[in-house]
Design a protein around this ligand. Sequence first.
Ligand SMILES: [Zn+2]
Length: 357
Amino acid sequence: MERYICSVGAHLHYNDILIYRIKRRRKGEIFIMPAQSPESKHFQIEPLADGVYAAIASEQGYAICNAGIINIGDKTIIFDTFISPNAAKDLLKAAKQLTSHETASCVVNSHYHEDHIRGNQVFPPNVDIISTTWTREAITHNEPKEILWEKENIPQGIIDAQLKLAAENDLKRRRELAFLIVYYKAMIKSHPQLKTRLPNITFETSKLVIHGTQRTVELHSFVGHTASDLVLYLPEEKIAFMSDLLFINIHPYLPSGFPERWKESLSMAEALGIQTVVPGHGPVGRSADLSVMTQYIQSLENIVAKMVKSGRSIEEVSLQPIPSQFETWLLFFDNFFVANLQFLYRCVARESGFSPV
Ligand SMILES: [Zn+2]
């Protein structure tokens, strides 16, 4: 008989769990994990409530982004599928181990970026993949170009990053470069087996609700990090899987998106009453992390606005120091801070009719 352990330390047998689950269904503060928690070199499982788990990407593995496993009673929902099919196979295995379901019933793709969708192909054909219509189209158009670009550029990128790492003494920078190499390797090692699997269920409304026998899941469609970002929200437990609308302790990537809409989306998400947040990258956080993300965007916008006003060039903007509040944040995917400044510079220059030099 399978043994389980609950967060307060009591050992229970399966029959006990059925009773325990009924007793504790209302709140997520005490919940049950199998005594043998799923293990993968690609991610760590973090229980958030009974039947709700975050899969937090490890720095040495090929997950790269975070994912979610949500048991809604009659179904298991997977939120995002990592960059590598091999990491996604472990996610599928973990979902089977953590729920009573033989396989996931549906997968949600939060947005089109490669690190959130390339595990789609490992899910059986009868597993539905859900996204917005915009995201499906973006995957269709972007993936062939993106894969081609990676095949042409990533091998050299690995050599360059390895040379930088060999010459680097700063511990934070070494950690960032080591992760960059892992990220690049996760891409090129999965290229030979990649088969882009598109979402088969799409929607265009701002909200889609999935009613399970034990809990309800809301998918909220926002604009910000891209033109379409899905947040998976559990209204009863007040847990939100934010995808890349939220990075925690890591510089986010602004250039695919719309900074003003992003800030609006974060405040709309906050208004849902969220308590626990799972970012697209970084550790699990609290609702206060949403406003920190807004502060990051605003802070960079302020730097750029000031520089454009005083007629500075894009090169000068690129040399600006990281604001002290975000100094400890990791530059995990090469220098997103500079990329963000340059993107905002072009946005502001375009809006003000200023010609960037
Ligand atoms: Zn993204």
